[in-house]
Design a protein around this ligand. Structure first.
Ligand SMILES: Cc1cc2nc3c(=O)[nH]c(=O)nc-3n(C[C@H](O)[C@H](O)[C@H](O)COP(=O)(O)OP(=O)(O)OC[C@H]3O[C@@H](n4cnc5c(N)ncnc54)[C@H](O)[C@@H]3O)c2cc1C
Length: 447
């Protein structure tokens, strides 16, 4: 028997690892673990992402049932659960899709080790990205750290291979899991059991909706023209679905390719940041450019709290933070503006902003979030140079000229109830950031 382990791939069709497990010819039993190492660290018990994951797992379990098979769910620590699964089912092999985050790599290495003790193979597959770091390398070797040549190389690879066609529906291969033991008592029969509930894990349902992934041709075709305007609903909201694999990135890349090249480029940014994390796992904690870790951040806690709450007196920053707090989403243009304001005007360590986004974003993805923050701070690969400091006023004029976005999220804007002065004005903040960054970087480079 073979076990398949679902993680960030909460779907049945076009699932690389599941396809290969089923093709191996053994009966396949699938497993999902609600991981306490992750869940215990969440700041609230009504986290919308947990609600989404639990519902997606329950839907997946229904699909398995409709094929006469079953999805076993567990709540606990993956290593302990794998020890138990290993000793209960004695599988010939375990299949799964690769997860590139540092914690996931450590977890998988530990599971691989405990399976190896009993000579059980652990097979992993690419499923979360179109290309892995090893596949998109510079001609002279090594990973790209600049987006444009990476993107060209990525596109050349795509031309040569087409968007990997994916594995299509796997149902053709899905043999029902035996409800009678045909294996001389070797494998216990897995009875379908109800999926673990939120309640059983100490969580309660969130009422924050996670929109379905946009498919409208009109939106996809017009994406490049409206994507930068936060007052319109002009982006796809694919984020949480790509993150948890309720859609396949191959399918989304095919859709983007057919409709809008700018949208495909955004998916290439996603691969790019994932590839950076794969090649340089240290960026999860450190600046990619080490000299940026010598910047003497002011880290004023009261100012940070005002930024978090959307009370900086900069309308577009406040609108963005309030959108994030209320909905778990923030428009990409505004993510760049609030991140720039925090790291440049307020001189607060990018890791503080990154952690706040990680708690709040429904589409939180370590690689893209870290990439976005290090881009804004100037410390990352292919980042905004430190001396290019977003002017929030010109960003407002360019992207939300009639204050449509600001008025939606900051209704008191323009009344006496809204601060007449920003926490830090543009010119003062810009000059201070230039001075502080420049001194620190010069010293680090010379010293
Ligand atoms: C400071 C900062 C933090 C960010 N944190 C995250 C995060 O935690 N998770 C996340 O998925 N994206 C993050 N992004 C990138 C981007 O803002 C979001 O992907 C996008 O706003 C999500 O909305 P959408 O799904 O409607 O995207 P669309 O604009 O419709 O794009 C389609 C998909 O392409 C990918 N994508 C788009 N832009 C980027 C980008 N710049 N980098 C990487 N992938 C991209 C996403 O998977 C997205 O769902 C961050 C950007 C910044 C500046």
């Amino acid at each position: 028997m073979t076990l398949f382990w679902h993680r960030r791939d909460l779907r049945f069709s076009d699932n690389a690892g599941l396809y290969h497990a089923l093709k191996s010819g053994d009966p396949v039993l699938s497993v999902f673990i609600f991981d306490r190492h992750i869940l215990d660290k969440l700041p609230t018990r009504d986290d919308a992402r947990v609600t989404f994951i639990q519902r997606s797992v329950a839907e997946l379990a229904e699909t398995y049932l409709s094929f006469g098979s079953t999805l076993l769910t567990f709540y606990g620590e993956p290593e302990a659960i794998w020890r138990q699964l290993r000793d209960t089912y004695h599988p010939r092999a375990v299949y799964t899709n690769r997860d590139y985050e540092p914690y996931a790599r450590r977890r998988d290495a530990a599971v691989e080790g405990l399976l190896a003790e009993k000579n059980i193979a652990f097979h992993t597959f690419k499923d979360h990205v179109i290309f892995e770091s090893e596949e998109v390398q510079k001609q002279a070797g090594g990973p790209y750290t600049v987006f444009t040549p990476y993107m060209r190389s990525w596109r050349r690879l795509l031309d040569s291979r087409q968007v990997p066609s994916g594995e299509g529906s796997v149902s053709a291969f899905l043999a029902p899991y035996p409800t009678e033991d045909h294996t001389d008592g070797l494998h216990p029969v897995a009875q379908p059991k109800p999926v673990i509930t939120l309640d059983a894990m100490g969580f309660s349902p969130s009422d924050l909706p996670i929109p379905s992934p946009a498919e409208s041709r009109e939106l996809l075709k017009g994406y490049d023209k409206i994507r930068d305007y936060p007052g319109t609903e002009g982006t796809t909201r694919w984020g949480p679905h790509l993150r948890h694999g309720t859609v396949s990135v191959r399918q989304m890349a095919r859709t983007a390719f057919a409709n809008n090249q700018t949208l495909l480029n955004e998916l290439i940014w996603r691969d790019f940041y994932s590839n950076i994390l794969q090649a340089f796992p240290r960026v999860a904690h450190e600046s990619y450019r080490p000299e940026y870790d010598t910047i003497p951040w002011r880290n004023d806690e009261a100012e940070f709290e005002r930024w978090c709450a959307g009370r900086t007196g900069v309308p577009i920053v406040d609108a963005g933070m309030r959108q994030l707090n209320a909905t778990g989403f923030m428009h990409n243009r505004v993510r760049m503006i609030v991140a720039s304001y925090l790291t440049k005007h307020l001189l607060i360590d990018w890791r503080w902003g990154e952690a706040y986004f990680a708690d709040k974003l429904l589409d939180y993805e370590l690689a893209s979030n870290n990439g976005g923050w290090q881009w804004a701070a100037g410390s990352g690969v292919d980042a905004q140079p430190y001396f290019r400091i977003f002017n929030y006023e010109s960003q407002q004029r360019k992207f939300d000229r009639d204050y449509q976005y600001v008025k939606r999220w900051v209704p008191e804007y323009g009344t006496d109830n809204y601060p007449s002065e920003p926490l830090v004005k543009h010119k003062f903040g810009r000059d201070r950031a230039l001075r502080v960054y420049k001194e620190a970087l010069l010293q680090a480079r010379n010293g």
